[in-house]
Ligand binder design. Sequence first.
Ligand code: FAD
Length: 372
Amino acid sequence: MTSTRPALDALVVGAGPAGIGTALALASIPDLTFGVLERGQIGQTFLDWPEAQTFLTPSFTGNGFGATDLNAVHPETSPAFSLGVDYPTGREYAKYLRSVCAHFRVPVMDDAEVTHVSTTDGGFALQTTRGDVETRALVWAGGEFADPRRPRLSGNSLTDHSMDPASWPPRTGHLVVIGGYESGIDITCHHVERGTHVTVVDGSTPWDAGTGSDPSFRLAPRSRRRLEHARASSRLTLVASHATAVKRSGDSWVVSLDNGAKVTSDSPPISATGFGPGLGPVVALFETRPDGWPALDNDDQSTITPGLFLSGPAIRHGGLKFCFVYKFRQRFAHIARVIGERADKDTSALEAYRAAGMLTDDLSCCGVECAC
Ligand SMILES: Cc1cc2nc3c(=O)[nH]c(=O)nc-3n(C[C@H](O)[C@H](O)[C@H](O)COP(=O)(O)OP(=O)(O)OC[C@H]3O[C@@H](n4cnc5c(N)ncnc54)[C@H](O)[C@@H]3O)c2cc1C
């Protein structure tokens, strides 16, 4: 990867779990030339996580019995085993990603931000802060953290996003949290546990959500348990209304609700309203679905730019969301196989991912339904 523009078979952008996982799958294809570009360091997003933030999907070493650790990015690895914890912090998970890269010798170039991508006759030309590079296939794994979603309401710039470091130090008095799904309940419980009175506002009441068993649509068991404790503390109020505006009033922040009520926060309200797809310099190379997510074909490839693949939590197929590691890792080996076959390489080693429960190539059988 130098400014003399060698043509690689594949280039992955982003060294988070999606990028490293896809690179590991590519590494099992003999003679395929590939690399990973990362604007910071391996696991940069996790290094940037607030210190108190932990995974909500538990890690456990079931690999030997065909139940690969939920947070693993390679069938033969387990964060629970290498870190000795079941709910890793960001720093711990970044350490796991670094050790996997070192063990499998994944070629990652740090401090290489991709600033521009254009299509060429044979693939893609990338401009990066460390020089230009060309590749035949491109996998975008830039993650969602650079694309925080503020709520659509007037005064939203007066709020802190739940992933801003400013959201985590202890708050005094009353605090309003806008958004009551995983990240909203997580930061709410964090502050209630430290003595703050918190009001969560969300008209879709995700804390009550449904009977379905898919954690993309329902709070994880650990979050539900934390919520029960917070409710029992009498420092938590859950309000089934959407926020419509935030205004300063003296030393306070007043949040107006669509039921006509107002709630007051003694410090900036926290927006826990999620993230967008974070496509950065490749945004124009994807079509957008009506719901705002990138349109993909059955190979997780852009519907308008052949050879450009998406790996990570922004993958959507119909109503299916691949927003957790254990979901989007199902596609690493599939993407790698499509790239390998186009480069006329032997991709048979990727079948090992299927045996480890880490390869879904038939999307029609995806879905989570549990009888009990
Ligand atoms: C609060 C929170 C908690 C979560 N908890 C869980 C959980 O418990 N379990 C779970 O499975 N999932 C969880 N998720 C989902 C989470 O988003 C993903 O699991 C994971 O971070 C996504 O991995 P990724 O590799 O796609 O993105 P990231 O980990 O964000 O990696 C993307 C990488 O790309 C780099 N990059 C971006 N743009 C460029 C560029 N232009 N050039 C070069 N490099 C670039 C970034 O620096 C970064 O290192 C959580 C998400 C949030 C917000």
